[in-house]
Design a protein around this ligand. Structure first.
Ligand code: SRM
Ligand code: SF4
Length: 573
């Protein structure tokens, strides 16, 4: 083992969340009881912390906050619920369940998230158990979708395009299942399983996590080059599939990526994961388990803002962490193999994959599935799910693939696509097709400004500049978040906006189109007018001065408009 005197967790009083986990009896707390309490639609803070490990958060409708305060009512409490769905793959029957639950218990919409899963909003406390049970009956669950554990494992979408994609999807599923917490708390609280813990002969243990779980959330993603759709360098632990002679031979491993930061706090920053070596597929679980235990043992349990694995890696040093990993494994990683990414976006429209199956990638703006006034998106997808015999794949860019369509079914599905005006995005600018926005207001309690509700309107105006400069077909990634937590992976958008206060954003530029370089702050605290006037100058320069095939992010760096950031520790310089 690495010399213990040189490697340790930061000293300091454990954060309150550590106490809550410790006292929780393996994530039970008093959740069972408080969910039955009809006096309030909310739950106490301690239980809400535990609730995250069950895939949910208590929120309130922020659009109603002031009015309810004036009326001396408690906030309009409601729950957000996130599904664990590795690789984003859902069967049509599961889609129909989610669609129905959103109407029956949620706010009538579904959010396709940046980690390839469903979120529902607006669920009242008294409906939570029925909702979770219905999800469970559809063979999905919400275990560990949030909380201080490993989250939904992502993998590059379009798994049916080649046998390799199918194989990689299977690995992501296996990893997600094998890394689940072992506590039966979820089954007892939501699924009425009888309590085992505390009974005389049964001692509950968490062999990998231990009773305190991890210091913070932990995220894993698997990319299949040339697509870096899952932004592998933003993951705590990433795997890059290496394919030789059409066969999956293994994965390069990356560690220490992450996007979150706080405004004005230089101790926090987004970071890119670093490639540390190559492993075979069979070694994947071992590597994941050992990396997680390193974070369990050495992560910061005192200061949650610095508790992510990226800070552990930066504090201990990459070499030390790799040495510790190899000591724990008892073997060394092989040298990393060459790979090449060309984009972190999605490829739209119909594509024919292996076994003659078809896949249609459609653009879903902001990942919001709803019935809008002139666009019945939710109904359309329900009608497709009723006849579809393949699957749905939620992408990490908040889009949707109607996957694995047989040639016989293609005609029927194409007709529904046309009938409801579903879109491969081709009628929009390539910039709009390359946009992502986090949820933000009205449900996210941390939002400082709008994102999902505002970005489409801002893009309407940016599109005018795009048209003036003949850039309609230029894919430029644009991302907006309502706060610096980075849920839309802003630091990897060629143009990015981070909410500061209502209507005001920090503007970032210069990330690489393939997700391998971070963006850099360009303007602080600006509103729409300034955003547009800045973009007018930048996009016009890009139109005139770019070299052949040059992406916008590369252009702004080459032109000296912003500095290149390849290491998050320089993010604020
Ligand atoms: Fe996130 C917290 C939404 C992907 C970094 N995120 C939240 C919460 C739960 C707010 C809260 O803690 O009260 C948001 C719920 C809003 C709502 O009303 O639904 C929220 N995050 C989302 C989603 C739904 C955004 C979206 O529009 O798609 C994404 C759900 C993913 C999923 O299915 O699991 C989502 N969040 C991400 C990502 C992107 C990713 O993982 O690829 C990141 C950046 C990557 C990373 O983790 O470094 C991200 N979310 C955060 C953070 C900052 C963590 C940090 O390192 O500091 C927070 C705040 C926190 O944990 O304290 C956060
Ligand atoms: Fe909420 Fe901030 Fe995440 Fe947006 S980035 S969903 S505002 S936590």
């Amino acid at each position: 083992m690495v010399n213990k005197t040189t490697i340790s967790a930061p000293a300091g009083k454990p954060s309150d969340v550590e106490r809550i986990k410790e006292e929780s009896d393996f994530l039970r707390g008093t959740l069972k009881e408080v969910m039955l309490d009809r006096l309030s639609a909310g739950i106490p803070d301690d239980d809400n912390r535990l609730m995250k490990h069950h895939g949910s958060y208590l929120q309130d409708d922020r659009d109603l906050r002031n009015e309810r305060q004036k009326q001396k009512l408690e906030p309009a409490y409601q729950f957000m619920l996130r599904v664990r769905m590795p690789g984003g793959v859902s069967k049509p029957e599961q889609w129909l369940v989610m669609d129905e639950l959103a109407d029956k218990y949620g706010n009538g919409t579904l959010k396709l998230t940046t980690r390839e899963t469903f979120q529902m909003h607006g669920i009242l406390k008294w409906n939570m158990k029925s909702t979770i049970q219905a999800i469970h009956n559809s063979m999905l669950d919400t275990i560990a979708a949030c909380g201080d554990v490993n989250r939904n494992v992502m993998c590059t979408s379009n798994p049916y395009q080649s046998e390799v994609h199918t194989e990689v999807y299977e690995w992501s599923k296996k990893l997600s299942d094998d890394l689940l917490p072992r506590t039966r708390a979820y089954h007892e609280i939501w699924l009425d399983e009888e309590k085992v813990a505390g009974t005389p002969d049964v001692e509950e243990v968490e062999p990998m996590y231990g009773p305190l779980y991890l210091p913070r959330k932990f995220k894993i993603g698997i990319a299949v080059p040339p697509s870096n759709d899952i932004d592998v360098f933003s993951q705590d632990l990433g795997f890059i599939a290496i394919v030789e002679d059409d066969k999956l031979v293994g994965f390069n491993v990356t560690i220490g990526g992450g996007m979150g930061m706080s405004h004005g706090d230089k101790e926090t920053y987004p970071q890119l994961g670093k490639v540390i070596g190559f492993i075979t597929p069979e070694q994947m679980y071992d590597v994941a388990e050992k990396v997680i235990t390193i974070q369990r043992d050495y992560g910061n349990r005192s200061e949650r803002k610095n508790a992510r694995f990226k800070y552990t890696v930066d504090r201990l040093g990459l070499e030390t962490v790799v040495e510790e990993l190899q000591n724990r494994l008892g073997w060394s990683l092989a040298e990393a193999k060459p790979f090449h990414f060309d984009s972190n976006g999605d490829r739209y429209g119909w594509v024919k994959g292996v076994k003659g199956r078809w896949h249609f990638t459609m653009f879903i703006e902001g990942g919001r599935v709803a019935d809008f006034d002139n666009f019945k998106l939710k109904t359309a997808l329900r009608e497709i799910a009723k006849v579809h015999t393949g699957d749905f794949r939620l992408t990490s860019n908040q889009n949707l693939i109607i996957g694995n369509v047989t040639t016989q079914k293609k005609k029927q599905i194409s007709e529904l696509i046309e009938q409801y005006g579903l879109t491969d995005g081709k009628q929009f600018s390539a910039l709009r097709r390359s946009s992502i926005a986090c949820v933000a207001l009205p449900t996210c309690g941390l939002a400082m400004a709008e994102a999902e509700r505002y970005l489409p309107k801002l893009i309407d105006k940016i599109d005018e500049i795009i048209d003036e400069n003949g850039l309609q077909e230029k894919e430029i990634t644009i991302r907006m978040t309502g706060c610096p937590n980075g849920c839309a992976r802003h630091a990897l958008g060629e143009i990015a906006f981070i909410g500061k206060s209502p209507g005001k954003y920090n503007m970032y530029l210069g990330a690489a189109f393939d997700g391998s370089r971070l963006s850099k702050i360009y303007r602080e605290n600006i509103g729409e007018e300034e955003i547009l006037s800045e973009l007018r100058v930048l996009l016009s320069r890009y139109a005139k001065e770019r070299i052949d095939g040059e992406h916008f992010g590369d252009f702004v760096v080459r032109a000296g408009i912003v500095k290149a950031v390849t290491d998050g520790t320089n993010f604020h310089d």
